[in-house]
Design a protein around this ligand. Structure first.
Ligand SMILES: Cc1ncc(COP(=O)(O)O)c(C=O)c1O
Length: 405
């Protein structure tokens, strides 16, 4: 149903085998066109558009919802929550920072993360913890053989009477694991610990029903798998968490309530947020389930194919796989972050393949993304390109910086 014929819907360079949809997303042409139409409309009367129609910052109190609230309601319907509980943020990093900044941390408190938490998120947690004399504690994810029950036990063991927040992935970044977030949240709640779900890779990638997750806050990106323009993130908060939650940028809305605070964080271009419903509409037309199934099946098949080609093992259960898969590279291709960077560059420069590679646990790994514009032949290209290098040998550049995303 999908595959290379879908490439026409994206502006991606046809010379590149694009296996990295997950890192920064890629926006369909029709969503970009919608964003441009919004910008054109905005430029006809920018003050009215931004201050009145978009945010309601200026003018008599309105009865009609603002454009941002209309967009939030559309997005909320897609994510399984109410529009009034959902606000836009630039990206998942901003959502995480808003929650961390709003916490009343004290000396001796703990923030729980895992050893698969996105590096920048762990850095933010450490930053806010250290300011308060608190600390970050790390639960170990059972990996590379992932086991859901062991994951629950690991988090349970790491919680303590001092834990004030658990930050838990819905889909982990480098390892691409779909985590048992609802079960993890239940364990944390049983111990009185609130949970921030990090869904940077979730909306659009996996079926998302925010209410049923039972977390306290949830942040995610729409610009990755929900086909929104960059930058478009969401932050959802349970009603009882909303009064104490503030945006990273404090502005005119302060004291006027959760959505008013987040709907105006200074002058910015709201077009990615207002165009987000177009990405959702496109996916609905194609069939949300059909899109997710294609991407999942392709990621799963790709993992088997790559491991078979490279003689490596994929220790992940299919139910813990979403639209990305992380597989080990042949050991002779290296083990260090510098080697990962060099191989990634070589695949791009010499083979026209864009793929995320990283070093972990003394070896290199490839995280492949599957999107409706990909077919299994794209992953065969990667399998062959890596296999050729395995026999040809890589030329290492010791000064290369480590991979970040
Ligand atoms: C799990 C996770 N959290 C947070 C982020 C940060 O996303 P962004 O850079 O869009 O803020 C990422 C990025 O890929 C991620 O994978």
């Amino acid at each position: 149903m999908f595959g290379h014929r879908m490439r026409a819907e994206w502006a991606l360079d046809p010379r590149i085998v694009y296996l990295n949809h997950g890192t920064v997303g890629a926006t369909p042409r029709r969503v970009l066109a919608r964003q441009q139409a919004i910008r054109d409309e905005m430029e006809k009367q920018p003050s009215r558009f931004l201050l009145r129609e978009c945010s309601g910052l200026v003018g008599a109190p309105r009865t009609a919802p603002t454009l941002l609230r209309l967009a939030a309601a559309e997005v909320a319907g897609f994510c399984g929550c109410e529009g009034d509980d959902l606000v836009f943020v630039d990206n998942a990093t901003a959502g995480v920072n808003a929650v961390l900044q709003s916490l009343d941390l004290r000396a001796g408190d703990e923030i729980l993360v895992t050893d698969h938490t996105y590096g920048a998120v762990t850095m933010a947690a450490a930053f806010f913890a250290s300011r308060a004399g608190a600390r970050v504690v790390t639960a170990t994810v059972p990996y590379p053989s992932f086991d859901r029950d062991q994951m629950l036990q690991s988090v349970s063991r790491t919680l303590s009477s001092r834990t004030r927040l658990a930050i838990l992935d819905h889909v982990s970044s480098e390892s691409a694991l779909v985590m048992p977030l609802a079960e993890l949240a239940a364990i944390c709640h049983a111990r009185g610990v609130p949970v921030l779900g990090d869904g940077a890779h979730a909306p659009g990638a996996i079926a998302l029903d925010l209410h049923s997750l039972g977390v306290d806050w949830y942040t995610g990106n729409l610009h990755k798998w929900a086909w929104a323009p960059r930058s478009c993130g969401i932050l959802w908060a349970a009603r009882e968490r909303q009064p104490s939650l503030h945006p990273v940028v404090i502005s005119w809305g302060l004291g006027e309530g959760y959505t008013r605070e987040f709907d105006w964080v200074g002058t910015r271009d709201p077009s990615p947020l207002l165009a987000a419903p177009e990405g959702i509409a496109f996916m609905r037309e194609l069939g949300v389930e059909a899109v997710q199934r294609w991407n999942h099946d392709l990621a799963w098949q790709a993992a088997q194919l790559l491991c078979h080609a490279w003689g490596t093992e994929h220790g992940i259960d299919e139910r813990c796989t979403g639209t990305m898969a992380t597989v080990p590279l042949p050991p002779e291709l290296g083990s260090s972050p510098a080697e990962a960077t060099q191989l990634r560059d070589a695949l791009l420069d010499e083979e026209a393949i864009e793929v995320q590679l990283h070093a972990w646990g003394g070896r290199l790994w490839a995280r492949v993304s599957a999107q409706v514009y990909n077919e299994i032949s794209d992953f065969e290209r990667l399998a062959d390109a890596v296999a050729r290098r395995r026999t040809g040998g890589a030329h290492l550049c010791p000064g290369a910086p480590p991979a970040r995303t």
